[in-house]
Design a protein around this ligand. Structure first.
Ligand code: C2O
Ligand code: CU
Ligand code: CU
Length: 622
């Protein structure tokens, strides 16, 4: 249980008045009792139930102050569902608590997947010192839908290359009963297949664009030549196919793919492979409509660890996205009640399923978590607060499994976790977002909505019988990452994040190279965030290590390889990254905030890697 504790505002005022008195008639023996008035209300219950049911939860109201207080209680539903609270008023002597019972009726026609919110307030009637306590309960309308598991694409082995093919489609998807939502998808109506790749193989990918606008396909997290990256410079015109090819150098990890067009003016293409073009497409819109997919990279070292690795059996993708719907079922991009220019929603899709049900065996089960949302941060955990192992951050396995109860992911970040379901056959678990615990340190006051202050269930996990050959033990060692040190860096660059979205006061321009790096060197990039919102900062190509957060070593689960890092308000985060393998003075690579609306608004820059031994190559564009 999580206690909200608000001290009475007038306590401070009282002290101020007393201080004034002391000055007027110096009488050092008079020391007023400064005991603050205090009370607490247990907070933020979450629950779920079928449409048409009545759900009850309780809160404890405790008077921690020195006086008997009378509290008025109210409960209101964000969705205007019928709700009652009892008692409506209560008198509590000091040190006494009482139970409040809240009953909510889920309407019979409520859409499964709706996360109803109930706002509870307790306000005292004490004449001089108002106390208002608040809690936010959630009620997920259950569904019987199985959690979607995107199909895999293993790739065909053709002429020494692993061949994958993707096609962007315009389609519709049924998320809400009887309603078709216009969506985009890769090879399907929403999201895309999970690509299974193996380190060291030569990849040959084709992406055919059947949208009516330009798109690009970015391999988020892959270390590759700039022209294969799928950033804004690799536009795929409608009706055409893009065919990148490169050797997969990344180790075992969870990466992903998504569009990356930029709605800028004329694109002047490097390498002369594409004609200049005018784009009105936006990354935020194309991802919101469904273009995203996961990539699972396997390698021999990770295979030898014996981790759960049978896709769809003991290993599952978990792609979390929030969406908002119009009454006709179409996506609403900038919801009126929580506008603020971000595509944040009040419905939570996991692999494209609302309130899905996942069946997993009673053994070690591995989840590949991806925050594929445009703008929302999540604080994942299980509803019974069970602990789990985090085994990987964005770009690689961690050195050791790390035991956690909660795991925060910003947009674009990934993590792999293993949860031990041994002996739990027949039980039901709930995977949830504990956003209320994040306070204001992620979505600032102008970016947060009602759901940022709430906890709610994302999907249901039903534990079935173990498989015939279950994984039951966790390896103690997973990787041997050597930590880099600031002393290895050739230089440090400061990137100051701005609001309105920009970096170092500069808005993204397709035709400006912001940073030129030297092939074969390491650099420290120091992200400084003087804004009131957290920004998940992502750098293309090689991953990085986090050196420090406000000069302190980051927590143990942040000591591995990353490609996206959350920079909280008023924080300075230093990362170290090498610029190696591929130099290309004409091939810009992006760095940007992965809140896609910030990225589209220009909170992005581009860098090139130059090998000064080969300066005769076409020089930097301007
Ligand atoms: Cu996932 Cu430049 O992006
Ligand atoms: Cu990327
Ligand atoms: Cu941002």
């Amino acid at each position: 249980m999580f206690n909200l504790r608000l001290l009475a505002g007038l306590g401070t005022l009282g002290l101020t008045l007393v201080a004034g008195l002391v000055v007027a008639q110096p009488s050092p023996t008079v020391v007023p009792k400064a005991t603050p008035l205090a009370a607490s209300l247990s907070g933020n219950q979450m629950n779920l139930g079928p449409a048409g049911s009545v759900q009850t939860h309780t809160h404890t109201l405790f008077n921690a102050g020195p006086f008997t207080e009378t509290f008025n209680l109210t409960a209101t539903s964000r969705q205007a569902w019928p709700v009652t609270i009892a008692p409506a008023q209560v008198q509590l002597p000091p040190g006494v608590s009482t139970t409040l019972t809240v009953q909510v009726t889920l309407p019979a026609n409520a859409w499964p997947g709706t996360v109803g919110l109930t706002f509870i307030t307790a306000t005292n009637t004490f004449i001089t010192a108002p106390i208002t306590l608040r809690a936010r309960d959630s009620l997920l309308v259950q569904s019987n839908t199985a959690l979607n598991i995107p199909p895999t694409q293993m790739g065909a082995w053709v002429g020494g290359e692993r061949v994958y093919s993707l096609t962007t489609n315009i389609s519709t998807t049924e998320f809400l009963p009887g309603l078709q939502t216009p969506t985009y998808g890769y090879n399907g109506s929403y999201l895309g297949p999970t690509l299974i790749m193996t380190t060291g193989e030569v990849l040959s990918l084709s992406v055919t664009n059947l949208l009516t606008e330009v798109t690009t396909t970015h391999w988020h997290g892959l270390h590759l030549p700039a022209e294969m990256d799928g950033g804004p410079h690799q536009g795929i015109e409608p009706g055409t196919t893009w065919r990148p090819t490169f050797t997969l150098l990344n180790p075992a990890s969870t990466v992903w793919y998504h569009p990356h067009p930029h709605a800028a003016g004329t694109m002047s293409m490097p390498h002369g492979t594409h004609a200049p073009q005018l784009s009105t497409a936006s990354t935020g819109q194309q991802v919101y409509f469904g273009l995203a997919g996961m990539i699972l990279i396997r390698d021999s070292a990770s295979a030898a660890l014996g981790l759960p690795q049978t896709y769809g059996v003991d290993e599952f993708p978990v792609v979390v996205q929030d969406r908002n719907f119009n009454p006709d079922g179409s996506f609403r991009e900038y919801p009126a009640l929580q506008n603020r220019n971000l595509r944040k929603g009040n419905y939570f899709l996991v692999n494209g399923t609302l309130a899905g049900n996942l069946t997993a065996p009673a053994q070690l089960v591995r989840l590949h978590l991806l925050n594929g949302s445009n703008a929302r941060f999540y604080n994942f955990g299980f509803a019974d607060n069970r602990s789990f192992y985090q085994i990987a951050s964005d770009s690689a396995l961690l050195n050791q499994p790390i035991t956690r109860q909660r795991l925060v992911l910003g947009p674009g970040e990934r993590a792999e976790i293993v949860v031990d379901l041994s002996g739990l056959q027949g039980q039901t678990l709930y995977f949830a977002n504990y956003s209320s615990e994040l306070g204001g340190s992620y979505a600032g006051p102008n970016a947060s909505d009602d759901y940022d202050g709430a906890n709610y269930v994302l999907f249901t996990l039903n534990v079935s019988a173990p498989t015939p050959d279950p994984v039951t033990t966790m390896p103690a060692t997973l990787n041997n990452i050597v930590r880099l040190t600031a002393g290895q860096a050739a230089l440090t660059r400061t990137l100051t994040l701005n609001n309105p979205p920009a970096i170092n006061g500069t808005v993204f321009d397709m035709d400006v190279i912001n940073i030129t790096t030297t092939y074969g060197t390491l650099e420290v990039w120091s992200f400084f965030n003087p804004t009131e919102d957290a920004h998940p900062m992502h750098i293309h190509d090689t991953p990085f290590q986090i050196l420090s957060r406000n000069n302190a070593l980051p927590p143990d689960y942040e000591l591995g390889w990353k490609d996206t890092v959350i920079v909280r308000p008023f924080e300075r985060v230093n990362v170290i990254k090498s610029f190696g393998t591929y130099a290309d003075p004409g091939g810009p690579l992006m760095y940007h905030c992965h809140i896609l609306e910030h990225e589209d608004d220009g909170m992005m820059g581009q860098y090139v890697i130059i090998d000064y031994q080969y300066l005769y190559l076409p020089f930097i564009r301007r």
